[in-house]
Design a protein around this ligand. Structure first.
Ligand code: PMT
Length: 410
């Protein structure tokens, strides 16, 4: 997939610069031509000699070549590249990219770039989590840049694992996916790739939540995350930046346009969703969120006794209702309803009470539908309409849902 591809690899001044050697080596092994552009700070961490030996090309760093004074043309690089990959990207370089501070060769190359730009941030957690960095990253997303972040975060906190640069092997894999998507022009579902969500940011919740009873037990449900992940992939394929908030699931995101936040409980999902929704154009709430959590989680494992025991449960916060009441006029909100009886009436009640633009109904009474299946059978319900769809794969169902979402954007 990378055979013959021209890749400009930008390296900035991070301790993770050493990973750029592995990255360059893997890209070349996969058949790509790699031209390295490094910032002055990047050279403090890794020498141009090592990098030029790896790529068999002189490393570009200064505006003028030190040897003969010729001008290094960032414009030419911008036209030569099939993709520009900036890895590692420090908070400082991300800020310069976001605001056009063209004081080194890497930033001028970025500003002249005609090809897509993929950015792999690397910094410590506090710097990464700071609103300034998050705003700058969001700015880059709004320019259409793709941000690659580690996907293997711990389940406990939505920020654990973030800030660390993604491993070179995974970056190469995501780059291959990127070119595959570009070159195929069609997806596995057979639908043409459109860019109708380009520049939009979509929040998606997926998977179950786990409500802890004690250190070894929880209340959960059977959601596998398949439906939510299919929606995330479909949105990203159409050019959106996706904020995927998922409960404990054993799934991997494929598309680099998906930023994943792992959570465990309904309270954590609520906190992540309410924080991210104001910066999003739409929310799709596919998660099977627990409606109740235990009033008090025991610190120690609850011992078995002769008598039965009673757990006191209290309602969780309703994420859909919270986003529905915070929704601005430019934002759209889509919910799901998983029902066993009075399906349409119950779904309509949720549509209204949660201020949703439409609700996707799936019934556990339909064969091949709902939890864990690779297929789903849905109805899309609005205030005055109901469209039924036949049983389809979850990726095809995602196409139907996202088509409808695109149709209701202004
Ligand atoms: O993950 P899979 O195995 O692929 O299965 C997919 C699915 C069956 C989980 C999915 O298609 C689905 O139906 N998700 C919603 C399940 C659900 O919790 O439905 P509900 O009717 O209880 O909730 C209604 C809506 O409110 C949902 O959008 C839900 O995300 C939201 N909700 C519910 C409770 C809560 N505390 N906060 C919420 O936001």
């Amino acid at each position: 997939m990378l055979q013959g591809k021209h890749i400009v690899l930008g390296i900035t001044g991070s301790i993770a610069a050493y990973k750029a050697c592995t990255l360059a080596r893997l890209l070349i092994k996969a058949g790509a031509e790699v031209q390295i552009v490094i910032t002055p700070a990047g050279k403090e961490f890794i020498t141009p000699i090592t990098l030029s030996a790896l790529t068999s090309r002189p490393v570009v760093s200064e505006f003028f070549s030190g040897r003969d004074g010729t001008w290094n043309s960032h414009v030419d690089l911008g036209q030569w590249a099939d993709v520009m990959l900036i890895a590692p990207a420090t908070a400082a370089s991300i800020a310069k990219m976001a605001h056009g501070v063209a004081d080194n060769m890497l930033i001028t190359t970025y500003l002249s770039m005609k090809a897509p730009v993929i950015v792999a941030p690397a910094m410590d957690l506090d710097m990464y989590a700071h609103p300034t960095t998050q705003n700058n990253l969001q700015q880059l997303r709004s320019y259409g840049n793709i941000i690659i972040e580690p996907t293997a975060g711990e389940l406990a906190s939505h920020l654990v694992g973030k800030g660390r640069m993604e491993e070179p092997e995974n970056i190469v894999r995501q780059l291959e996916d990127f070119f595959r998507t570009q070159e195929n022009g069609t997806e596995t579902s057979g639908h043409a790739v459109s860019e109708d969500l380009k520049g939009r940011r979509i929040l998606i919740t997926a998977g179950p939540t786990h409500e802890k009873i004690d250190p070894v037990r929880f209340i959960g449900n059977h959601s596998s995350g398949k439906m939510g992940f299919a929606l995330a992939e479909e949105c990203a394929r159409r050019g959106a930046s996706v904020e995927l908030i998922c409960g404990p699931v054993d799934r991997v995101c494929q598309h680099p346009g998906i930023r994943r936040t792992d959570v465990v409980s309904a309270a954590e999902m609520h906190a992540a969703a309410t924080e991210l929704f104001p910066q999003c154009d739409a929310g799709i709430l596919c998660a099977a969120v627990a409606d109740f959590t235990v009033a008090e989680c025991a610190d120690e494992k609850i011992k078995r006794g002769k008598d039965g025991m009673t757990l006191t449960l209290v309602p969780t916060k309703d994420i859909a209702a919270a986003l529905g009441s915070a929704k601005k006029s430019h934002q759209r909100l889509v919910g799901f309803a998983l029902e066993t009886t009075d399906e349409a009436a119950n779904a309509r009640r949720k549509l209204e009470s949660k201020r949703l633009d439409f609700i996707v109904l799936n019934s556990l009474r339909d064969e091949g539908t709902g939890f864990c299946h690779d297929t789903n059978k849905i109805s899309i319900i609005t205030a005055d309409d109901c469209t039924d769809f036949p049983l389809k794969s979850k990726s095809e169902v995602a196409v139907d849902i996202i088509d409808r979402l695109c149709a209701i954007f202004d």
